[in-house]
Design a protein around this ligand. Structure first.
Ligand SMILES: [Zn+2]
Length: 315
């Protein structure tokens, strides 16, 4: 993953006062960079105070003409083509992935660009969002790391992707499932931004840098009245907005995994790990997951499913 060029360079003092997550970033244009295995793990002691964004990003709400020849544009270097095809096949092997893929592939008024980059390594990101003049999202770019099938994100913000550390199967397809789960997460970001108001995103893009600036100057006091006023305009703290989107995208990964490995012996190990991660690091988001029946597929216990042989599942 393109390791977040450490936020520590902008917040040396903050780093001393709080634990920065160093795991992800929402940029001022509302785009995402997902950090996987190389992020430092940090406990969120005061989430109001954590600012997972870089300074100096200018808002990039980009308005374009409504596309008429859209769909999915795969821009994958030849050297990564074979692995990409495997990840994609894994993703669309589920109804969840197939329906999503076809929805974007057949939408002529939306351009979804998908690329693979060696720079992103194990990570992925979604950015380059585009809206038309009516405020409708009409374009986005998903960038997948060339080593997407390896590397587990931290459990704090990526409780689902991290749960695949429990998915120990002896054949090689576990990596492809991990890659496809990460792809599901990124599709989640696209869908999510499509459901958000462009004007609110613009306001966030404009005011988050102001928030950061005030926060740095006020002695890192998150209760500053000016910050509270901004929060009311942008719908929360910068980190609250960011983490909410990450957890929503994790639900996409969970739905993919439920369908893909639901019949396998390790299934409940994985889903119990999801619960454990949420209960440990983000209990307030558990109800959001609980709105989906899939989340409760293994109940609250730790029973293992016994049917199926992990080594003979779809490869
Ligand atoms: Zn994400």
């Amino acid at each position: 993953m393109r390791l977040l060029r450490p936020v520590s360079f902008i917040l040396p003092v903050v780093a001393a006062a709080i634990f920065l997550p160093h795991t992800g970033e929402v940029r001022a244009d509302g785009s995402f960079i997902d950090h996987t295995d190389r992020g430092r793990f940090g406990r969120v002691r005061n989430s109001r105070a954590i600012l997972p964004m870089r300074e100096g990003r200018s808002p990039q709400i980009k308005i374009v003409q409504t596309p008429s020849e859209g769909g999915i544009l795969e821009n994958v270097p030849v050297k990564y083509r074979a692995r990409f095809e495997k990840w994609k096949a894994e993703f669309v092997s589920t109804k969840f992935g197939k329906d999503l893929w076809e929805a974007y592939a057949n939408n002529k008024e939306f351009v979804l660009r998908i690329t693979v980059s060696g720079d992103r390594k194990h990570g992925a990101g979604t950015d380059d969002f585009e809206w038309d003049e009516t405020g409708r999202l009409v374009g986005a770019t998903i960038t997948l790391g060339a080593d997407l099938d390896d590397g587990f994100p931290n459990p704090i913000y990526y409780p689902v992707l991290n749960s695949l550390t429990s998915y120990t199967v002896s054949t090689g397809y576990a990596g492809r499932v991990l890659a496809a789960a990460k792809i599901s997460h990124e599709f989640g970001h696209v869908r999510q931004i499509g459901n958000e108001s462009m004007s609110l995103l613009e306001t966030q893009s404009r005011l988050i840098p102001v928030y950061v600036s005030i926060f740095r100057e006020n002695g890192l006091n998150p209760n500053d009245a000016r910050l509270l006023a901004i929060e009311s305009q942008i719908g929360g703290t910068p980190v609250g907005i960011w983490e909410s989107r990450e957890y929503s995208s994790e639900i996409s990964a969970m739905l993919y995994l439920h369908e893909r490995i639901g019949g396998e012996p390790r299934f409940c190990s994985v889903f119990n790990r999801i619960k454990q991660n949420l209960q440990t690091y983000a209990p307030r988001y558990e109800p959001r997951f609980g709105q989906h029946a899939e989340f409760e597929a293994c109940g609250s216990g730790s029973r293992e499913r016994s049917e199926g042989n992990p080594d003979t599942q779809a490869q």
